[in-house]
Design a protein around this ligand. Structure first.
Ligand code: ATP
Ligand code: MG
Length: 257
């Protein structure tokens, strides 16, 4: 579904991605993890053709996009749904209108829109709030709308950039269950996250990037120390860490302080 082969992207002297090879298959659920500045956003922007790689090849949904023509880019982006940390809903449109608008801009028919919008609102369990405005919703509800909008045009891939970053842990797990349901229905999901607890609990494939390199690709755990923990640690706040510290944990800490 998404294939990176030996992809390198530099920004002047900065490394974005360094010879990265990752194959994401249809139906996969993949967490993309790594420290700040590792190259995660670069990876996503390359999929969306917002950036050009310096070398290597990128294939999305069976099509080599490495040398895509400018006029072919909208068609590529229609195959990809995006979910954002800050929801990015249109404040002056209702829940219904937010989702309908995503279909209008790609010229879906009135009939299709009238059928599909109630269906996706129901799927994300927000149909009862179809006539509300975003500011009348909780953060978790807003993210449900964000997901409804992202899947409205039936994308092949859903890319979620820190979708739970603004949510409390319970709401975050609700959103993860929803994403899992969407994945089970056949949509490939790539999710960028720093949420160690979520990655560890979900037990999905984890692709770890560090300094632009793919350093790990396996099912299971987050594997990095969370950056907020590093911050506390480097400020000498050891109190919350002095019990149950594993040797590996300390080794990880040393890399980042
Ligand atoms: N437009 C740009 N110009 C120059 N350097 C950039 C640009 N975008 C990213 N970089 C650099 O490329 C590297 C990878 O950045 P990227 O945004 O992909 O990291 P990230 O993994 O998404 O980090 P974060 O978790 O903080 O979002 C970093 O060193 C960053 O400074
Ligand atoms: Mg980023």
């Amino acid at each position: 579904m998404i294939e990176f082969d030996n992809v390198t992207k530099n920004y002047g002297g900065n490394t974005g991605l360094n010879n990265a090879t990752v194959h994401i298959h249809r139906g996969d659920f993949v967490f993309l993890v790594g420290p700040s500045g590792a190259g995660k956003t670069t990876f996503i922007r390359l999929i969306l053709k917002e950036l050009e790689p310096d070398s290597g090849t990128i294939t999305v949904a069976g099509k080599d996009i490495t040398h895509l023509k400018r006029r072919e880019i909208p068609h590529l982006r229609q195959k990809i749904g995006m979910v954002f940390q800050d929801f990015r809903l249109l404040e002056k449109k209702t829940v219904y209108e937010n989702v309908a608008f995503a279909m209008e801009v790609v010229h879906k028919s009135k009939k299709e829109i009238a059928e599909r919008v109630p269906y996706v609102l129901n799927l994300v369990d927000i149909a009862d709030k179809a006539d509300r405005y975003p500011h009348e919703l909780s953060a978790g509800e807003q993210q449900r709308v964000g997901i409804a909008r992202a899947i409205a045009n039936q994308p092949r891939v859903l890319i979620c950039d820190e979708p739970t970053g603004n949510l409390d842990p319970v709401t975050a797990m609700d959103i993860m269950k929803l994403l899992e349901q969407i994945n089970i229905r056949g949509t490939t999901i790539v999710m960028v996250t720093h949420a160690k607890d979520i990655v560890d609990r979900m037990g999905k494939r984890v692709v770890a990037i560090e300094n632009g390199r793919i350093v790990r690709d396996e099912e299971g755990a987050y594997g990095f120390i969370q950056e907020d923990e590093v911050k506390n640690f480097s400020h000498g706040n050891l109190s919350s860490y002095d019990e149950g510290l594993s040797f590996d944990y300390l080794e990880e800490v040393e890399k980042y302080v």
